[in-house]
Structure formats: C-alpha cells, structure tokens
Design a protein around this ligand. Structure first.
Ligand SMILES: C[S@@+](CC[C@H](N)C(=O)[O-])C[C@H]1O[C@@H](n2cnc3c(N)ncnc32)[C@H](O)[C@@H]1O
Length: 211
C-alpha cells in the first residue's frame, strides 16, 4: 500500500457499503470496554474521548449511563453520520472528524479524563503514524486520566477491512506509553461477531496516567 493511500476514502467506503451490523468489528454490547470504563470510577461529567469511534454502540451505552461529556472522533464522516443516526439524541456529544495520525481539529481538543481506542491504533503500521498518534494522546490525557486500548493481539489476525495490522502485546503498549502511565489491567479476549460467528483475538489494556 502506497504512502499516499487515501485512508479516509477507504473508511468512508466501508461505512457506506455495509450496514453497521455487518462490519467485521461490530458489537451489540461493548461489555469489555464498559467494564474497564467502570473501573475508572469517572464522574458523569468526565471528559471521555473515543478515538476512531466509528458507529460503535458504546456511545449510546455511555449516554444511557449518564456520561454527558463525550468526544467522538473518526477519520470517516460517513461513520460519524451513521453513529449520529443510531443514537437517540446527541446532547452531551461532540463530534470531531479528523485524522489521529495527522491531527488538525484534534489539536484543539481539551484535556481528557479517558482516552478509549478499540480497533483503531492497530491500523497504524507506519512508525511515523504511531508517533503522531502517541504524541497526540500524551498531549491530551490528563494526569490521573485513563487510557483503554483494545487491539488485535500478538497472535491475532494480520488484516482487517483489507488493511494490514500491527498486532499488539501488553509490553508494546507499555513501551509506547512510557513511565508516565501505569498498567492497571490487561486481558485477552476472543471476539465473536454476533451474526456471522467470525472470531478475532483482542488484547484489552487499562492504563492510568501517573505523571
Ligand atoms: C475497526 S473500526 C473500529 C470502530 C470502533 N472503534 C468500534 O470499536 O466499533 C476502525 C475505525 O477507525 C477509524 N479510523 C481509521 N483510521 C483513522 C484515523 N487515522 N483517524 C481517526 N479514525 C480512524 C475508521 O474510520 C473506523 O471507524
């Protein structure tokens, strides 16, 4: 894939061509994410940032639980449009269509209490994109804030949505975040697609910023 590959169009096409429920990463109920978010003991007014949120059901769940300050990002406007039409109202939600690896509007994001990323970081196979992503994350997560990653595990699938993947281990997250972040929890999880039964091996991690 060339360095100039148009990822925005790639992702827009994925969301235009498929129903949300048919996407290979679709979850009816993002229980593992919610469980980790629960462990952060956030106030309902805490600032939650969803990196590459797509059309995830997590946003409606967070609203149902009373969280009222949620930032939703994606590179794909089509994904964000689908998300908007899948939730009951958009009170308390802010939408930022921007590239996590070449941020513009995201640079103006306020500091957040929680950074949540499911199945986004693992698409950044180029070192320069990883560097840009982690630079943004470290600028935007408050001291005392949390980071949740859920990516394809080290022995997991090598491709998703036609794109190459960088598989992750707990150690790789630790290395990228550095000493300012403490690992609180990590587990492997076998995802089952709710309708077609396909499985994917994920690793979930919860970190806290301590410096
Ligand atoms: C596999 S999907 C996961 C979506 C969602 N996190 C979930 O769990 O359902 C990957 C998402 O990352 C978004 N994405 C990919 N590259 C991105 C980038 N550079 N910046 C922001 N979002 C990106 C895609 O548009 C897509 O919605």
């Amino acid at each position: 894939m060339s360095l100039n590959y148009d990822f925005k169009t790639h992702w827009d096409t994925a969301y235009i061509k498929n129903s949300i429920e048919d996407l290979g990463w679709y979850e009816d109920d993002p229980l593992e994410s919610l469980d980790l978010i629960n462990k952060c003991n956030l106030s309902k007014k805490s600032i939650i940032f969803n990196a590459g949120a797509g059309a995830t059901k997590l946003i409606q769940k967070l609203k149902d639980y009373g969280y009222s300050n949620i930032y939703i990002n994606d590179i794909s406007k089509s994904a964000i449009d689908k998300l908007k039409s899948s939730i009951n109202n958009i009170d308390g939600l802010s939408f930022v269509v921007d590239d996590l690896t070449n941020p513009k509007d995201l640079l103006n994001l306020e500091m957040v209490d929680l950074w949540h990323d499911r199945a986004v970081l693992h698409f950044f196979v180029q070192q320069s994109k990883q560097d840009a992503y982690f630079d943004l994350l470290k600028r935007k997560v408050k001291n005392g804030g949390y980071v949740i990653f859920s990516e394809f595990a080290i022995d997991g699938a090598k491709k998703c949505c036609g794109l190459d993947i960088l598989n992750y281990s707990e150690e790789m997250f630790r290395e990228r975040l550095g000493d300012d972040f403490e690992l609180l929890e990590s587990f492997n999880y076998l995802y089952n697609h709710p309708s077609n039964g396909n499985t994917r091996k994920y690793i979930y991690t919860l970190f806290k910023r301590i410096n």
